[in-house]
Design a protein around this ligand. Structure first.
Ligand code: NAP
Length: 292
């Protein structure tokens, strides 16, 4: 079998073009969407991811306000900044780049972000909305995975979907999104037993472990003809790779995302969409395309 490559880079480019038109229409209605980003410290991968988000905002025509705090900043400094951005009416979205330095409590800092400006969808309020199928600002990576599945017309209702990840960033929100589309969802993690029997049942297998080489998704772990979404980003021998041993898995499945060029660009595109959704809701632009 030759797998179809699920091209997240191309789909993200299409989405960003649509969003650019949306942003233009918003400006025509007197609203200039703006995203504020916060980086604490100098984590090299975080800088790379953030640069990608800034570039996308420029492409879409979303205004940017970038904040960089020293890695030794006390929690009070970050809280003050977030509260100032919450109160600033010109800022529609606040992105706190994770991970934070270890002395800062990420959960507590995320909760400081006003849910209306929480474009990563990670506050308890936005997670709770998702739980009740009323998601408005939905976490970007799971949302990007769903967009890819829809674009490639993958059947979800009644399908068996297996997620290897239970984090708040990926696995848990994705579980809700898949359940909302009538999939049968299994969530696995590092303590799951009889792992192979679970992954081999998957019509749609979503992997987001990021522990290569100690964890590698190999051909014996997947069912013939499955759809594999590889969310993970691993550095292996200096190269960016996913969880899947790509060549051998691609021979067995019907569709697969590449790494890079799969879920990563979709995550960034969804962040842009969430920023426009936040701007539309804050300004009561009920007819905005992003709300439909
Ligand atoms: P995380 O919080 O460390 O979650 C990793 C998950 O993998 C956990 O649920 C963990 O189980 C599970 N796991 C670890 N070892 C395992 C094993 N041997 N067998 C089965 N499950 C195992 O990380 P994360 O923030 O969710 O990110 C996961 C990966 O996705 C990373 O590579 C990250 O870079 C990538 N990511 C990519 C994007 C993107 O835009 N492409 C966005 C976000 C994250 P436990 O819960 O039991 O520890």
């Amino acid at each position: 079998m030759t797998a179809i490559l699920m091209d997240g880079k191309a789909l993200a480019a299409e989405i960003k073009l649509r969003l650019k038109e949306e942003a233009e229409m918003m400006r025509g209605a007197g609203v200039s969407p703006k995203l504020a980003t916060i980086l604490v410290g100098d984590d090299a991968p975080s800088k790379v991811y953030l640069a990608g988000k800034h570039k996308a905002a420029q492409e879409v025509g979303i205004g940017l306000e970038t904040h960089h705090l020293p890695g030794t900043s006390p929690a009070e400094d970050l809280v003050l900044l977030i509260r100032r951005l919450n109160a600033d009416k010109s800022v529609n979205g606040i992105l706190l780049q994770l991970p934070l330095p270890s002395h800062l409590d990420s959960r507590a800092m995320i909760e400081e972000i006003s849910p209306e400006k929480d474009v990563d969808g990670l506050t308890a309020v936005n997670m709770g909305r998702l739980f009740y199928n009323k998601g408005v600002l939905v976490p970007c990576t799971p949302k990007g995975v769903m967009e890819l599945l829809h674009h490639y017309k993958v059947t979800l209702a009644g399908s068996r979907c297996v997620i290897i990840n239970r984090s708040a960033l990926v696995g848990r929100p994705l579980m809700h999104l898949l359940l909302a589309e009538d999939a049968t969802v299994t969530v696995c993690h590092s303590k799951s037993l009889d792992f192979l029997s679970l992954t081999r049942q998957a019509d749609v297998l979503i992997t987001a472990v990021g522990r290569r080489p100690s964890f590698t998704l190999t051909r014996e772990m997947v069912k013939d003809g499955a759809v594999v979404i590889d969310v993970a980003m691993n550095r292996l021998h200096g190269k960016l790779v996913g969880d899947a041993e790509f060549g051998e898995v691609a021979e067995k499945v019907s569709m697969i995302t590449p790494v890079p060029g799969g879920v990563g660009p979709m995550t960034v595109a969804m962040l842009m969409e969430n920023t426009l959704i936040a701007a539309a809701l804050q300004n009561d632009l009920k007819d905005a395309g992003v709300l439909k």
